[in-house]
Design a protein around this ligand. Structure first.
Ligand SMILES: Nc1ncnc2c1ncn2[C@@H]1O[C@H](COP(=O)(O)OP(=O)(O)OP(=O)(O)O)[C@@H](O)[C@H]1O
Ligand SMILES: [Mg+2]
Length: 254
């Protein structure tokens, strides 16, 4: 029997005011997948994530999380989220990398509870998983945008979620560091077994990392495996995506 999908969306439509932003979305994310969600600005990507996360209320259609109807779902610590605006976090706030990541456990252990040896280990492991172990005591404000983004991911994975949702995490990361950032995401997916849902404009760069692609522009125009996506020709892609996108040949460095 097929495994219960991590996310299962049926007939989902959404509007803020008059016009639909999402229309009749069907989307399944299997356990262990790395789904790249692409679409032009304003196509409803962040809205879809907020609906999945319960930050916006589903009015039409249905979302199931780990096989449960979303309105009954309670295990929110199984889902990590880094929002599109995470990097506008007040980084003048005097907190170290260690403290920022530790704050990701407060849901589990409570804000002022004692952080035991086990939790300390988990915090250090999460920081190592994003390659920031040399910066434990560094103030968050003294890191580059890309390094801060890694710390926010460590904060999101410290409670060991099954699913990690990332909304354009590479904004502000230069192209040289974007690749190693995606290598880190591939590590979380493959080696740590975390299911990933990534909103990205860099589908060409992650094409060798993602297992599935979904193209959204109010409607879900395409949803399938990376292999199926790569078989689409350029005309199909520009129709799906709204305009042409660059599928880099990831076997070569540009
Ligand atoms: N709080 C809101 N109230 C009213 N309309 C909104 C609100 N948030 C988003 N919208 C509108 O909904 C549409 C989809 O927005 P959304 O943020 O989901 O797009 P997106 O695909 O994430 O875009 P981007 O790539 O720019 O992040 C846009 O037309 C936007 O103007
Ligand atoms: Mg968005």
């Amino acid at each position: 029997m097929a495994q219960t999908p991590v996310i299962n969306i049926k007939n989902l439509s959404y509007r803020y005011d008059r016009n639909n932003v999402l229309e009749n979305i069907q989307l399944t994310v299997p356990k262990g997948a790395f789904l790249g969600l692409v679409g032009p600005n304003g196509s409803g990507k962040s809205t879809l994530l907020k609906l999945i996360l319960g930050l916006l209320k589903v009015k039409e259609g249905e979302i199931q999380l780990f096989g449960q109807p979303q309105e009954k779902f309670k295990e929110w610590d199984q889902i990590g989220y880094v929002s599109q605006k995470a990097n506008s976090f007040n980084t003048g706030f005097p907190a170290t990398v260690y403290e920022v990541v530790a704050s990701g456990l407060t849901k589990k252990i409570g804000l002022f509870k004692y952080v035991g040896t086990k939790e300390k280990e988990e915090i250090k492991k999460a920081i190592a998983a994003v390659g920031m172990e040399d910066f434990l005591q560094r103030n968050i404000g003294e890191l580059s945008g890309g390094q801060q983004q890694r710390v926010f991911i460590a904060r999101a994975i410290v409670s060991k979620p099954e699913l990690l949702i990332l909304d354009e995490p590479t904004v502000g990361i230069d192209s040289k560091n974007v690749k190693s950032f995606y290598d880190m995401l591939a590590f979380l997916n493959k080696d740590m077994g975390i299911t990933l849902l990534l909103v990205t404009h860099d589908i060409g760069i992650v094409s060798d990392k993602v297992t599935h692609v979904a193209c959204l522009n109010k409607f879900l125009h395409f949803h399938g495996s990376m292999q199926q996506f790569e078989r689409l020709d350029e005309q199909d892609i520009s129709q799906l995506y709204g305009h042409g996108i660059h599928l880099l040949d990831h076997n070569h460095d540009h």
